[in-house]
Design a protein around this ligand. Sequence first.
Ligand SMILES: Cc1cc2nc3c(=O)[nH]c(=O)nc-3n(C[C@H](O)[C@H](O)[C@H](O)COP(=O)(O)OP(=O)(O)OC[C@H]3O[C@@H](n4cnc5c(N)ncnc54)[C@H](O)[C@@H]3O)c2cc1C
Length: 402
Amino acid sequence: VSAGVAAGTRAGTADLLRRARDAARVLAEQARSVDEEGTFPLAGMEALRACGLMGLLVPRRYGGLGGSYAQLSEVARVLAGGCLSTAMVWGMHCQQVAVLADHASPQLNERVLPRVAAGEVFIASVTSERGKGGHLLTAHAPLAYEGDRAVMRRDAPVVTGGARADAYLVTMRAGADASPGDVRLVYADRAQLDVEVRSPWSTLGMRGTESLGLTLAGTVPGEQIVGGDRGFEEIAVTTLIPAGHIAWASCWLGAAAAAYRQVIALLRDPRQRREFDLHSDLFATRLAEPRMRLDVAGAYLSRVVAEYEEARRSPHRVETLNAPSFQIHINTLKVHAAESTFEAVNHLVQVVGLRHGYSRTSAIPVERALRDLRSASLMYSNDRLLVANGKLSLLDTEVRLP
Ligand SMILES: Cc1cc2nc3c(=O)[nH]c(=O)nc-3n(C[C@H](O)[C@H](O)[C@H](O)COP(=O)(O)OP(=O)(O)OC[C@H]3O[C@@H](n4cnc5c(N)ncnc54)[C@H](O)[C@@H]3O)c2cc1C
């Protein structure tokens, strides 16, 4: 695979970051127009397909880069500094790849993952559903079965990159008689489905993610039910949720840190700095506040990534990842990153004021970062995660901190 690395070698972090920085330049060039027009970042995605990063989490035996979660996090931060919408499309794709690599049958992975590594397959995520909202561990639409084939028809109200995806991972109820908590995760190639666009994506921010409402209908071989009859909960707890929260938090942090960097450059620019009272204690305090939030979010992110990687290597992997303390930490990562990155950028608006921070014509896109990051607490609602963490806290009697 020309975009990947030679079999048997692992891409080093420096090499991955070089690829990420090159791609981020393309993402940055497009960021304003995809936001203004609410269109999908085709050029940015093309750059990501061409440079091998779509296969970052594809194991090397399938021709991918075999990246770690620490590398996923670093690359996400760089990409999001170019365009948060594009980085999030990529981050969610990597989350789906992680699920396949960990849980799909070798036959399915042999068919799909080399094509992912070659940049041919971008996988979208379908978990939310009309009627149940975001709740991850339930599904309403049931699978039906024709011999060893699974028949699906699924309403999908918010699918990032949904109209552009080459494949989907979809949560479905196990069958017409199954309870909503009995969920299966189904992989479907786009060619196996009728994909109908039902609603537009016209939002305050994250406008380049083109997260349309779709209806998906089709029939797939039974082997495309990821994890078979073991069900969805183990997939969610051991891979989907950790990979998602790490990718999302990294994207948000990368976007907020980029906004902070742009503000510092503005404040140091000899042509601009006379506008600001850099010797004022109030000004210094206002600048310190968002910096503190980003430093703390960055430290917590690194710690939880390390905790996840340690748990994955543990001989008691599933047990460790199921522990209430780990689940609290991974949920806190998402909630804290969502709040602190938005708050940091909100503070930056106050630091640089209307012309640079609030105006759409500003040379630095702080205003776009603010709108984009407002979605972070909604993208799998923080409320749901805090309710879960409150209940889990009663079970973690030792109060194990990360
Ligand atoms: C940028 C972006 C991209 C997305 N991409 C995808 C995608 O690719 N695929 C996909 O399937 N979905 C996607 N989603 C949807 C996402 O997963 C959630 O379903 C959606 O954001 C949640 O919608 P909601 O605000 O209606 O919250 P819901 O989770 O449906 O909840 C509705 C309301 O009830 C509150 N609430 C919920 N549960 C509780 C509780 N237990 N206690 C108290 N209050 C509660 C919430 O705060 C919220 O206000 C995306 C969302 C965003 C913002």
